[in-house]
Design a protein around this ligand. Structure first.
Ligand SMILES: Nc1nc2c(ncn2[C@@H]2O[C@H](COP(=O)(O)OP(=O)(O)O)[C@@H](O)[C@H]2O)c(=O)[nH]1
Ligand SMILES: [Mg+2]
Length: 240
């Protein structure tokens, strides 16, 4: 069958609802900040409730506008999570490669998504803080081997997380929001993995899945956010 491009069809342009889940302080908000603003804050204040941001990803065959829901990791917010992952076409489940409990928590989120989120949701497992692993840490100088900054703090081998991701059919990346390594790659891989059948036309209702006539572009956000400190940021720039 001819591809859309070969057939001269217009490039697909769709909004995609993405939710970030994971233990507190693994770097969810930092990954979003890197993706949306190409910025990093060393001491990022914890997210309260959830934050909403958008960013476009322009690929050769499709333009995806991510509607990103960045949730708070604290247990007391966990019961609100279904509100954010409901109707999400994709989820980024984040852990910290230096913290084994965060992978355990990530596995719980994956199981919950598989049980309760939309069937066919694209899930990416993301091991963040890659800059703290030795092969990525600023090279150990013979002079300052004691420098704690250069110590290998990796606690979860890549192979372990990768094997789990393969078992569960998840996309898998290790990233650093600090250096930016692989951050764009994650979002690009997700944008490519969303099945065409679940892409909805741009300007749609924001949470729907598939179907619907192509409506005139409406850049407004349809989500009302009632969480304390929920933030909105619209950006017309493109990250991919
Ligand atoms: N070294 C390092 N620190 C990071 C990275 N990503 C986030 N952090 C730090 O980890 C802390 C928690 O980050 P935050 O984005 O608030 O995590 P969240 O609770 O999952 O949203 C902050 O102090 C960040 O500066 C990373 O890739 N490398
Ligand atoms: Mg956060």
């Amino acid at each position: 069958m001819a591809s859309r491009e070969e057939a001269g069809a217009p490039k697909l342009s769709s909004s995609v609802k993405l939710v970030l889940l994971g233990e507190a302080a693994v770097g969810k908000s930092s990954l979003v900040l890197r993706f949306v603003n190409d910025d990093f804050q060393e001491n990022k204040e914890p997210t309260i409730g959830a934050a909403f941001l958008t960013q476009k990803c322009n690929l050769p065959t499709r333009t995806i506008k991510f509607e990103i829901w960045d949730t708070a990791g604290q247990e007391r917010f966990a019961s609100l999570a279904p509100m954010y992952y409901r109707n999400a076409q994709t989820a980024l489940v984040v852990y910290d490669i230096t913290k084994p409990t965060s992978l355990t928590k990530a596995k719980h989120w994956v199981a919950e998504l598989q049980r309760q989120a939309s069937p066919g949701i694209v899930i990416a497992l993301v091991g963040n803080k890659l800059d703290l692993a030795s092969s990525n840490a600023i090279s150990a100088n013979a002079d300052d081997v004691d420098d704690a900054e250069n110590e290998d703090r990796r606690a979860i081998p890549t192979s372990e997380a990768k094997a789990y991701a393969e078992e569960e059919s998840l996309l898998f990346y290790e990233t650093s929001a600090k250096t930016g390594e692989n951050v764009q790659a994650v979002f690009e891989a997700i944008a490519n993995a969303i099945p065409e059948s679940t892409l909805k036309p741009r300007g749609g209702a924001g949470t729907g899945m598939g179907g619907g006539a192509r409506s005139s572009a409406n850049e407004g956000h349809s989500h009302a956010v009632n969480m304390a400190d929920a933030t909105r940021a619209a950006k017309e720039g493109c990250a991919c």
